[in-house]
Design a protein around this ligand. Structure first.
Ligand SMILES: Nc1nc2c(c(=O)[nH]1)N[C@H]1C(S)=C(S)[C@@H](COP(=O)(O)O)O[C@H]1N2
Ligand SMILES: [Mo]
Length: 448
């Protein structure tokens, strides 16, 4: 095969996987049976992924090989390189998935630390990034609405009047995994990198709400912040989401001012932000200026239509959405990622064993198990799960897999949550804005 043909197959896999499959394997009616195909098709596929495929017989039809899948890691055959982030204090391996507003994700192989360093933590903005505040302790915010006493607090007062706590907890964008939907769902095309796990220091939101005295009529929060709308119109909130009062009262829901022991960086919402672990990150308002307690579900920007909403009953992918068939996205779904080796890793000929490391988390739930496979999911072996530091921490995992001979492999990982729900093969429950995309993670490894 010439280079040109290889490249065109890669492009085809990104644009139209079904056609690419047909090109490679011939026009067969049942592409789910790649295993029965050999000869030219297999040779073409091997050439395209860069090596023999020992488990080719198990390769599911229509599957875009991980080596070519649209991703952020340096896949050996990626036709177009990702746009890398250039931002003060940030790792240059972060991948820009939106320029205005600025959105950048962390490729899975950069989530290999137990605690995600600030420089590797993903960035998600909906509006303009405010100027850095030079007097953080004077930062003011209010708590009002359905409360007995309106509170106005500076960060300095918050620190001196309330008991501080530090927790290592996952923050994950509601859209994490969106790029895995087919047909394409609208919004920033996250792979798995809209998540990180940092040490957050602050106070319990519940303590502050109790000081204000939430009235029995107060059932929902509404959050407001200092970031200007992209249009520059100061009367328009950029994003204003809220949560049910029960989540606001959870002892792990916090008002935070420090991240990994450092004052909360401006890009992450400093001086003060909210942190609702386990729930769609959009509730965790950065640059917090106001919390209003409401007597009904909040309806600010980000609360209505199909934004941050999942379908109640499955809908036809790509079809017109019925607004009545949606509910608010709250807890995030279970996910495991392989953080080492990275996608596209080449290992020396003769390598027979590969050590794997990863992370897993499950919104409000915990992870019951993580399994890994090297043969396209025919056989699985359990990974060793490490204990979480505290609730909402991610669970790191390790495993060691044996590979029979040189060639192209895909390592797959899947997690099961404490309710017994497992990650699916493909993004489930298609919805127009692409929430809940948590298919198994796959990395390509080439030996020899
Ligand atoms: N004020 C404000 N808060 C915000 C946002 C925003 O655009 N403005 N984005 C939200 C979204 S969608 C996410 S996923 C997280 C991202 O936090 P990070 O940029 O610190 O990673 O912040 C949330 N809080
Ligand atoms: Mo988000």
């Amino acid at each position: 095969m010439t280079d040109k043909i290889e490249r065109s197959i890669e492009e085809l896999y990104q644009n139209d996987p079904e056609r690419a499959d047909a090109e490679i394997f011939g026009r067969v009616t049942d592409t789910s049976r790649r295993g029965f195909l050999g000869g030219a098709g297999l040779a073409a596929m091997s050439a395209a992924v860069g090596g023999a495929i020992p488990f080719a017989a198990n390769m599911p039809g229509g599957l875009i090989p991980a080596a070519m899948a649209q991703g952020t890691a340096p896949a050996p055959a990626a036709p177009k390189g990702p746009i890398l982030l250039d931002f003060p204090g940030k790792n240059k391996g972060l991948v820009v998935i939106g320029e205005r507003p600025l959105v950048a994700e962390t490729p899975e192989h950069l989530l290999d630390d137990d605690t995600t360093p600030i420089e590797k933590f993903y960035i998600r903005n909906n509006g303009q990034i405010p100027e850095e505040n030079k007097e953080p302790d004077k930062w003011k915010f209010t708590v009002e609405g359905e409360v007995n006493k309106k509170l106005e607090l500076t960060l300095g007062e918050l620190k001196s009047k309330y008991k501080a706590q530090t927790r290592r907890m996952v923050l994950e964008c509601g859209g994490n995994g969106r790029s895995f939907f087919s047909p394409k769902a609208s919004g920033n095309q996250w792979t798995n990198g809209g998540a990180g796990c940092a040490e957050w220091t602050g106070v319990r939101l519940a303590d502050v709400l109790k000081a204000a005295g939430v009235k029995p009529s107060g059932i929902y929060t509404a959050h407001y912040a200092a970031d200007l709308h992209l249009s520059g119109d100061a009367s328009k909130p950029t994003l204003s989401r809220g949560v049910r009062i029960a989540k606001a009262m959870d002892p792990d829901s916090m008002i935070v001012w420090a991240m990994n022991g450092q004052p909360l960086p401006n890009i992450h919402g400093g001086p003060v932000r909210l942190l609702y672990p386990g729930w769609a990150g959009s509730a965790s308002q950065k640059w917090l200026t106001k919390i209003v307690i409401r007597d009904k579900e909040h309806d600010g920007p980000g609360m209505t239509g199909t934004s941050y909403r999942l379908t109640i009953k499955p809908m036809v992918p790509g079809a017109k959405a019925d607004p009545k068939n949606f509910k608010i996205l709250e807890s995030m779904p279970v996910r495991a990622i392989i953080t080492s080796p990275g996608n596209g890793t080449k290992l020396p000929a003769g390598t027979k064993e590969v050590k794997l490391r990863g992370a897993s988390w499950a919104g409000d739930l915990t992870v019951r198990r993580v399994d890994v496979s090297t043969d396209y999911g025919v056989t699985w072996q359990p990974a060793k799960l490490e204990k979480a530091k505290n609730k909402y921490d991610w669970q790191r995992w390790t495993a060691s897999v044996k590979l029979p001979r040189d060639g192209y492999y895909e390592i797959w990982s899947r997690a099961m949550d404490s309710n017994g729900h497992m990650q699916p093969h493909v993004a489930p429950n298609w919805n127009p804005s692409g929430y809940g995309g948590n298919p198994m993670h796959r990395v390509a490894v080439l030996i020899g």
